[in-house]
Every structure is written in structure tokens, then in C-alpha cells.
Write a protein that binds this ligand. Structure first.
Ligand code: HEM
Ligand SMILES: CC/C=C\C[C@@H](/C=C/C=C\CCCCCCCC(=O)O)OO
Length: 559
């Protein structure tokens, strides 16, 4: 008997309680027009109430309609009618060697990453399709999988009861552990792994014990950065903000968590080499998918062909490690004494959390904030300025956490940037078992072990969810209407209305990111009335092209 799986009535729970009005067990394949439905293999009914409890999956003929009121295990009730339609996953991996090679040329040369997925979504008329993901051959293993480009199918990536996340940080290719002291990092651990819970709890503790430093260190690094920006502008220069952001963010993160200025003289000092040391260590480690800023042909042959060996950056990483091992004594002591972590493992994880998880995300986010706010022109900048100055003055204590929390337009603007320009564009996972995923208009069967890859550029622009999805709307996340959209904001590898925890894979810095991004805008409009950037600007190129040309300080024009 061919098993036809239609849909899991309530994909958010493994048990669906359903008072079904129309259920029949079919012993043979129903006719195409049949309205009879096959029920889940594990279904049973309670004769008293006629309540059908389905654990597992419905089995229904295509076109079958199951009408029932469904009580999810979250005890919310809703009425639904499921028109079960199971679709073959469209798309192709192409011929061996030639298929992935063609996709590599499309992805890195002829189409670019966004058009690569858009072209296939249009061709297959589906937001779910088979594709070769990067990195590509010859030196990287085949990365065949299923792309998820809509809000509905994306959720499976977060359901670690259905998917596994070990070594999924960047998809099918995981760099050698040589780059991280021989350890698998937190971000590469499945949440079922005990070490995942320990390391994530360590991070939460470090953020908690250092929370009183956050605003001070951020504001200090902000002031240093924009003093330098103003100096350069007054010399008639345009200021590349992506470049100045790198030192700004690294100084903030390391001063806050390590309690040491990276450039402070000392035998283990990073001097002013921090950004370049981290960029090189990361770029070599993730070369297969890296954007390096090197000439394209050089990047293709030097980085995208084969995984590069750790020895190329051993000396650089050695400097980073020595700095953390020498100066991050309090953080390492917390990891060791409170969480029983080996000091070596804690140090390598601390480097990765601050250098990859935190730094790499923030140095992409802040330029994106500047880009979108600059494009909002004087109208948006005027509204943001008014909100910041009225909130800060009302607390009289300046930019406190309470003042920041009372700036709804600032927060909505940050969330809208995170929607349109999510710095971590891709999330990957592998199916733990055969499972059903659903897009807005069909259900698909995923076989155990298959790679799933979500692309936020499209899921965050899902027209089924967002009005005017391509447009930057600073107010989008304000008020009750904006609150209802939070579950559709996916930048942190989870739903924005839900917290990161030690047992899920949601970004461990989620709250910090939103807080300091609001603080960034608040500092900006406390210090300046407005600012301008050079045209053409771009955040989709690498490096992002965001150059300050002029700033208007309170009553003073800097140009
Ligand atoms: C704009 C900045 C950031 C963005 C866009 C971002 C986004 C993400 C995403 C998408 C993931 C999931 C990766 C995956 O498993 O597929 C993640 C994981 C993680 N992030 Fe962030 N993040 C940012 C900043 C930070 C900061 C500031 C910290 C720490 C202070 C941080 C710590 C982590 C950690 C530890 C993980 C791994 C979580 C786990 O495996 O359970 N991130 N982040
Ligand atoms: C781009 C990093 C954004 C946020 C950091 C976040 C999650 C990241 C997930 C994958 C990024 C993998 C690193 C890719 C490096 C590419 C090298 C380059 O192009 O510079 O964790 O918080």
C-alpha cells in the first residue's frame, strides 16, 4: 500500500487532538476524487467524546478535505480545514560534477546569491525546491539539499525535535576543528548535546555579569569611533563606515567581556591588529563561502575551490588565543568554576562567540542600519531624533536601559533592518526522520538525512506575511500590529517573540543585539541632528559601501 502523507495538522506539536466530523479508514488507495480520508497510523478515538487523538501524521488522498476543530497541545484551539495536497519537491541537482559546477558559476558569477535563489523559485514556481548549496566542488563535498524560502516552511529549521543542527552552522561544510583549538564550537553543537547547554548557559552568565558594563563600554567605543569619523570628514574625506565599524564593535565586545582594551600595550596585546586578525582567521576558516573583497577571480581560485588549511592562520590565531588566555581571566574563571568547563575549551569558545557570532554579525548590522536610516531621509531622521531626545531628557539620566526601552520607533527601525538585511542570511539543518514540511500552498515529504537550507532574504520578504515586503517601513513593528509580526521576524534563528534558551539554537546574543542596536541609533541621534552618506551606497556588495559624507551636530554642520 503506497503511503500518502498529506499534512501534520498541527506542526507545532506531535499530538493533535481533533474532533473530526469526517474520518474514514481506507484500506485501499482512494479514488482521485475521493473525499474519504486515511487517518494517521497511530490514530485512535475515544468512543465517549468522539474525540480523535492523532499522534503522528494524517494520511489523506490528495484533495481530501478534513474538517475538524483542532486542539493543539499548546491548548489553543482553532478550527481548520486541511485540503491535503502532497507535492513532489521541484528542482534538480543537475548531472554529477556539471550540475554543482553550473550552480557555482550561477551563484558566484552569473546571478549572484539572491538572483540564484530567485531564478529557481520563479522557474519551479515554488518556495521549496531542490538545489546545490554552497560551498561547491571541486574541493567541497556535494551540498545537495532543499531550499526553504517562505515563512511557513522555515519553521522546521527551528524544530530540533525534527532536525539536527550538529555541524550545520554553515550548511554541509564544517571547517576543520583545527581552527578552534580542536573543539567543536557551541554554534556547531546540536542542542541535544550536553556541552551545548553548558556553553550557552556560560554565555548567558557572561552577558548577565557584564550587563552593567554594556552601555558604558558601548557609548565609549561609539564616541571614539565618531570622533574619528568627524575628524576625517572635517578633512574633506568620505568615511568608510564598514571599516570603522570593525574596530568599534571589537573594542566594545572585548572591553565588555574580557575587561581589557585589545590595543592596550602588553605582552599579549592585539595592538590595532584585532580586526584584521579576526577577518583573516574567519575568511580562511570559511573560505568556501567567504566574501573577501579580493579580486573576484582570485577569490574564486584561492578561497572557493578547496578548504584552506589552518596552518595559514596558525600564527594569527595564536595571537588571538594568547590575548584571550592572558587577559580574559575573569570570563574563563566563570566558565571553569561555575560551569566546569575546561579552560582551553572555554577560551576557544569565547573567541568564537565574540569573534564570529558577535562581531561578524554586528559589523554587518550597523552599516545596514546607517544605510536604511540614511535612505529614510530627513523625515525619518527627524522622527528618530525627536523620539531619542524626548525619551533621554525625560529620564534625565541620559541613555539608560529604561530610556532605550521607551523608544518604540527606534526599536521598530532596528527590527525592520533585521528583517530586510538579516546579517546571517542562511540557516541549515538535517532531517532527523522522514518528515512533512509545508509551504503556503503545498506539503512536501523530506527524507531522513536530507539537508534543509533557509534563505532569509526571501523568507523575510514573504508577501503572504508582510505588506509591501520589499519596502523599508520604519514603523512596521510598532504598536499592536507590529507586535503581531514579531513571530515573522526570523533574523536570530528563531521567532522574535520567543527567547533564546540553553536548549534551543536561537542566537545567544539576541537580546544584546537588539539592545545595543537601539543604543547605537540613540547615540547617533543624541550626537547628531542628521547625517548623509555617499551615493551610490550598497549593503549587498562586499564590502558594504557605506561612506559618511557629512553630519549635522546639534546646531553645527560638519562637512
Ligand atoms: C547582528 C548580529 C547577530 C546576528 C545577525 C546573529 C544571528 C545568529 C544566528 C542566525 C544564529 C544561528 C546560527 C545557526 O545555528 O544557524 C546565531 C547563533 C548564535 N549567536 Fe548570534 N547573531 C548576532 C550577534 C550575536 C552576538 C552579539 C552574540 C553574543 C554576544 C551571539 C551569539 C550567538 C551564539 C552563541 C550562537 C549559537 C547559539 C546556539 O548554537 O545555540 N550572536 N546568531
Ligand atoms: C555573517 C555572520 C552573521 C551573524 C553571526 C551569527 C551567525 C552566523 C551564521 C553563519 C555565519 C558563518 C560565517 C560565515 C563567514 C563568511 C566569511 C566572510 O564572508 O567574511 O552568529 O551569531
Amino acid at each position: 500500500m503506497e503511503l500518502i502523507l498529506a499534512t501534520t495538522l498541527n506542526p507545532f506539536s506531535t499530538e493533535t487532538r481533533c474532533t473530526a466530523t469526517k474520518l474514514k479508514i481506507c484500506r485501499s488507495r482512494p479514488t482521485a476524487a475521493a473525499t474519504s480520508c486515511w487517518q494517521g497510523l497511530n490514530a485512535f478515538s475515544s468512543s465517549k467524546t468522539g474525540l480523535w487523538v492523532l499522534s503522528g501524521r494524517w494520511i489523506a488522498a490528495p484533495g481530501c478535505v478534513i474538517k475538524c476543530s483542532v486542539f493543539s497541545s499548546e491548548s489553543s484551539s482553532f478550527s481548520t480545514s486541511q485540503s491535503a495536497s502532497l507535492r513532489e519537491i521541484p528542482g534538480s541537482y543537475g548531472l554529477p560534477v556539471f550540475g554543482p559546477l553550473k550552480d557555482r558559476l550561477d551563484f558566484f558569477w552569473f546571478q549572484g546569491e539572491n538572483q540564484f535563489y530567485k531564478a529557481r523559485m520563479d522557474k519551479y514556481e515554488s518556495t521549496v525546491f531542490r538545489v546545490n548549496f554552497p560551498p561547491f566542488p571541486p574541493g567541497f563535498p556535494y551540498s545537495r539539499g532543499v531550499a526553504l524560502l517562505d515563512q511557513k516552511s522555515y519553521g522546521v529549521l527551528y524544530d530540533t525535535s525534527k532536525v539536527q543542527k550538529e555541524d550545520m552552522f554553515t550548511g554541509s561544510f564544517a571547517p576543520s576543528k583545527d581552527f578552534t583549538g580542536g573543539y567543536r564550537m557551541l554554534a556547531a553543537l546540536d542542542p541535544s548535546h550536553e556541552k551545548h547547554t553548558i556553553l550557552k548557559s556560560m554565555l548567558f552568565e557572561l552577558l548577565k555579569v557584564n550587563r552593567t558594563r554594556t552601555i558604558f563600554e558601548f557609548s565609549k567605543a561609539f564616541a571614539e569611533t565618531f570622533d574619528a569619523v568627524e575628524r576625517q570628514i572635517s578633512q574633506g574625506k568620505q568615511v568608510d563606515f564598514y571599516s570603522s565599524t570593525q574596530k568599534f564593535v571589537l573594542d566594545f565586545l572585548i572591553r565588555t567581556i574580557v575587561h581589557r582594551d585589545p590595543a592596550k600595550p602588553g605582552h599579549a596585546s592585539l595592538a590595532n591588529d584585532g580586526p584584521s586578525l579576526f577577518q583573516t582567521w574567519i575568511g580562511v576558516q570559511y573560505g568556501g563561502i567567504a566574501q573577501s573583497g579580493l579580486p573576484h577571480i582570485v577569490e574564486e581560485f584561492a578561497l572557493h575551490n578547496f578548504p584552506l588549511p589552518f596552518f595559514l592562520v596558525k600564527g594569527m590565531y595564536g595571537r588571538i588565543y594568547k590575548f584571550f588566555r592572558t587577559y580574559a581571566t575573569e570570563a574563563i574563571a566563570v566558565a571553569s568554576s561555575k560551569f566546569g568547563l575546561d579552560r582551553e575549551e572555554a577560551t576557544h569558545n569565547l573567541i568564537f562567540i565574540l569573534g564570529v557570532n558577535a562581531w561578524l554579525g554586528l559589523i554587518r548590522l550597523f552599516p545596514a542600519i546607517i544605510y536604511h536610516v540614511a535612505n529614510g531621509g530627513s523625515e525619518l531622521q527627524g522622527r528618530l531624533r525627536a523620539e531619542v531626545r524626548s525619551s533621554a531628557s525625560s529620564t534625565r539620566a541620559g541613555l539608560t536601559a529604561e530610556a532605550i526601552a521607551s523608544m518604540p520607533l527606534i526599536r521598530s527601525t532596528v527590527l525592520e533592518v533585521l528583517r530586510l538585511s538579516a546579517p546571517a542570511k542562511y540557516q541549515y539543518a538535517r532531517a532527523k526522520t522522514d518528515l512533512i514540511i509545508e509551504s503556503h500552498d503545498a506539503a512536501y515529504m523530506i527524507k531522513k538525512g536530507e539537508l534543509l537550507g533557509g534563505c532569509l532574504h526571501f523568507a523575510s520578504r514573504d508577501p503572504a506575511v508582510f505588506d509591501d515586503p520589499e519596502t523599508f517601513v520604519a514603523d512596521r513593528f510598532m504598536g499592536e500590529k507590529g507586535k503581531k509580526l514579531l513571530p515573522n521576524l526570523l533574523w536570530s534563528n528563531g521567532y522574535n517573540h520567543q527567547p533564546a534558551t540553553a536548549v534551543n539554537k536561537q542566537c545567544g546574543g539576541k537580546d544584546l543585539v537588539e539592545h545595543i542596536s537601539c543604543l547605537f541609533l540613540a547615540e547617533l541621534f543624541t550626537r547628531y541632528d542628521s547625517f548623509q552618506i555617499a551615493e551610490p551606497a550598497s549593503i549587498y556588495s562586499y564590502p558594504p559601501r557605506i561612506k559618511f559624507t557629512s553630519m549635522q551636530k546639534k546646531g553645527r554642520f560638519i562637512a
